[in-house]
Design a protein around this ligand. Structure first.
Ligand code: AMP
Length: 436
């Protein structure tokens, strides 16, 4: 199967060839003909499967065929995060570079006025996060009455982030007659209900998750007291000569703090999370991709949809509360068949989370002996032996004797993580069903 077998326009085939793709991925092979034929589509596909081209290519073809003189959007993609919206728009511009179509993205966290001006100048394909799009619609800066195709990308994420009421309001602004495409990595009852309401006689497509085979990813874990995680991480980076790692923390505050600590240890690092301006996030991601910074420290939501390929190391600095998020995180290392390592730093309070993850994986995550790492503080303790697995040793910031390490400095972080998750998408209610 080649892209030309899918019935795409020569302009699109040229752009795809220029991107260096020779074979359609399974989601592309199935979604492109279905979308081209005008059907509604329900697709189970994660980021990394090539799903973006799966809907963007046929949408561009449909838009190119249209003769509308209207300057208002004819296709609308709703995405949960700024990063995903920016990446979908970037892909659409790349795939559409030989067509005369205009793609634009809008999301919160940045000044709305340039977006209003750009929309006024005209746009064929609009990629948006729901909250900002509603703001723009309320200000009459965008007219959605010409939308022929609606895409909900990462619909499960949008649902988790409380965007459904916003999406309902947006749908009311669209014409009744339109093509609807729903992409979701997982199918909950709520997603099925949404699909039933939204889609008419859809073609259903299900492709293997991006991170299958998970066997490609080397997983390992180290037991370490919470307050020593940063020291162990610095040791692992230095000892392994790691050049590029994505580190997951639970909270925005935790991401900032770890970034500073890594920088303090002479390891170049940048944080990427919902409180950072869009410009700061894009800059950090670009520098990371170019290899100018070693560690990108991210919260779960900020990292969603990041297009980072063949990542050698993913670090779970803190385990996610939801096992599926672990699977999603570590899948980044195994992309495009490249082998990678996913390393988890497990403090005593996280043993239960590790067991939950192992239950979902249906296999044990190998726990290796914790190597000897140095405690690098501004005061005392130049070097420190590794603690025995599962037992805390103490540095100058450790809790006082009699106060177990597992209670140190973590209160409130779960709460902050939840709040941060919802706020990371600019709006909306709390995530549902995300307790452990
Ligand atoms: P996505 O799931 O859309 O985020 O795509 C994941 C990555 O795969 C992106 O970096 C794409 O550029 C890349 N990609 C998409 N389609 C293909 C293809 N047919 N061959 C090779 N790489 C692709």
């Amino acid at each position: 199967m080649t892209f030309s077998d899918l019935g795409l326009l020569p302009e699109l085939l040229r752009a795809v060839a220029e991107k260096g793709y020779d074979t359609p991925t399974p989601i592309q092979a199935q979604a492109i003909p279905a979308v081209l034929s005008g059907h509604d589509v329900l697709a189970g596909a994660q980021t990394g499967t090539g799903k973006t081209a799966g809907f963007v290519l046929p949408i561009l073809q449909r838009l190119a065929a249209g003769t509308s003189a209207s300057r208002t959007p004819r296709a609308l993609v709703l995405a949960p995060t700024r990063e995903l919206a920016a990446q979908v728009a970037e892909s659409a511009r790349a795939y559409g570079r030989h067509l005369r179509l205009r793609t634009f993205q809008v999301f919160g966290g940045v000044n709305i006025n340039p977006q209003i001006a750009a929309l006024r100048a005209g746009c064929d394909l609009l990629v948006a996060t729901p909250g900002r799009l509603l703001d723009l619609a309320q200000q009459r800066a965008v007219d959605l009455r010409s939308v022929e195709v609606l895409v909900l990308d990462e619909a499960d994420r949008m649902l988790d982030m409380g965007f459904i009421p916003d999406i309902r309001r947006i749908i009311k602004l669209l014409p009744d007659r339109r093509q609807n495409l729903l992409f979701s990595a997982t199918y909950s009852d709520e997603i099925r209900a949404l699909a039933e309401r939204l889609l008419r006689d859809p073609v259903s497509i299900q492709v293997a998750p991006r991170n299958a085979p998970i066997e490609l990813v080397e997983q390992r874990a180290y037991r370490v007291p919470k307050e020593h995680k940063r020291h162990l991480l610095v040791h692992l980076i230095r000892a392994g000569d790691w050049k590029q790692l994505l580190v997951f923390t639970r909270t925005k505050h935790g991401a900032n703090r770890l970034t500073q600590q890594l920088e303090g240890a002479g390891i170049t690092a940048a944080a990427i999370h919902g409180n950072k301006s869009q410009g700061a996030r894009v800059r950090a991601l670009d520098m990371f991709k170019r290899g100018e910074i070693t560690a990108l420290v991210a919260t779960e939501v900020a990292a969603r949809g990041l297009d980072i390929k063949e990542l050698p190391h993913v670090i779970n600095y803190e385990l996610p509360n939801v096992p599926e998020d672990y699977v999603h995180r570590i899948g980044r290392t195994g992309r495009a068949g490249a082998e990678g390592a996913a390393v988890s730093l497990i403090s005593p309070d996280e043993h239960g989370l590790l067991r939950d993850i192992e239950r979902v994986l249906k296999r044990a995550v190998p726990v290796l002996p914790t190597p000897t790492y140095a405690i690098v503080e501004t005061t005392a303790h130049p070097a420190h032996p590794a603690p025995a697995a599962g037992h805390g040793s103490r540095d100058s910031r450790s809790p006082r004797p009699g106060q177990p390490a597992r209670h140190a400095g973590h209160r409130g972080e779960h709460r902050e993580a939840r709040r941060g998750t919802a706020a990371g998408g600019h709006r909306g209610g709390a995530r549902r069903g995300r307790t452990h």
